[in-house]
Design a protein around this ligand. Sequence first.
Ligand code: NAD
Length: 345
Amino acid sequence: MIGLKPTNVVIDASCFEETHILVTGGAGFIGSHIVDFLMRNGASVRVLDDLSNGDMSNIAQWVNKREFELIVGDIRNRNDVAKSLRDVSLVFHQASKVSVPFSIDNPHLVTDVNVMGTTVVLDECRKADVDRVVVASSSSVYGDTTTLPKTEDMHTNPMSPYAASKLAEESIALVFSATYDMNISALRYFNVYGPRQRGGSYAGVMAIFISQALRYRPLFIDGDGQQTRDFTYIDDIVECNLLAAQSSQSKGNVYNVGGGAQTTIESLADRIIKETESKSTKTFREPRLGDVRDSLASIEKAKKDLGYIPKTDINAGLKLTIQWVRDTGVIAGKCRKRASSKHPH
Ligand SMILES: NC(=O)c1ccc[n+]([C@@H]2O[C@H](COP(=O)([O-])OP(=O)(O)OC[C@H]3O[C@@H](n4cnc5c(N)ncnc54)[C@H](O)[C@@H]3O)[C@@H](O)[C@H]2O)c1
């Protein structure tokens, strides 16, 4: 993959060698980084992805390798899932419809894929006697709880169909773990960012701001910009998935995975404008439906049980992400154009 720096994940990878692993949603942003790590460390990796939001370029470097297989299929389809699970002992379940605004426009589709799809994946894992499943959940399950940092035992209060579907995914995962004695854990990711995150109207704020800044277009800030997020660099997310897959403590547990710091959206815009040397301006507009005000993870539980410690802070992560966007020219959605800080389009 052009422009992508080698991962800085540090973990004992020997246990993944020659293991057959399924990554659902493995052509997507997060899933493809998990695939990279596993392929580089001797695993046999299968990806199940319907390519509705994934991008072949994310996995292009692996498609001709003997240890890699892509199954283009739907997690709601039992046959696709059963086929994908052949000989598999470990599953990283990342496939999902991922955006809050998209879910507000498409509540039925998002619930169907995230909730029914996850149920199919877990049920087929049960039948195939899979050893371990790590499920991707989201910090959005907390909603607008005012207490910070957010701890796993706090009340959940989803504010969008997406958040509700992720909470349902988690509940189903924990019920499967308890009912069928399966080794399943769920990770609540807090605002993930990094190379391969695409811009476009349904993307995360980081990808949209970088895309706008590199084109000298206005950075639209929803609300007053003082809302905060806990941004987590992709390598830390990958590492926590691997730790959860190895841990003797993770079964039946939910963990926050954050970067451990609070950043306001306005200060994020300022940093991106500075780092890209952009002439973009900030434009404030109405708050967005379904958005939470503040978000900060307590990562104590993941630290204690899994040994998770985030390694890339926002300054280092932003530099790596902006560099990737510059190198690849991936600036918005799936459209590939040459981004330049000197010559805005
Ligand atoms: N990116 C974030 O900030 C963030 C934050 C919290 C949680 N998450 C969770 O992390 C996981 C991965 O998210 P991402 O950011 O990589 O998103 P992504 O859209 O890049 O990846 C999701 C992948 O799932 C695939 N997919 C969608 N519907 C499918 C279906 N029916 N069958 C098979 N494949 C399907 C898409 O094509 C895509 O490749 C998701 O579960 C998401 O809810 C992401």
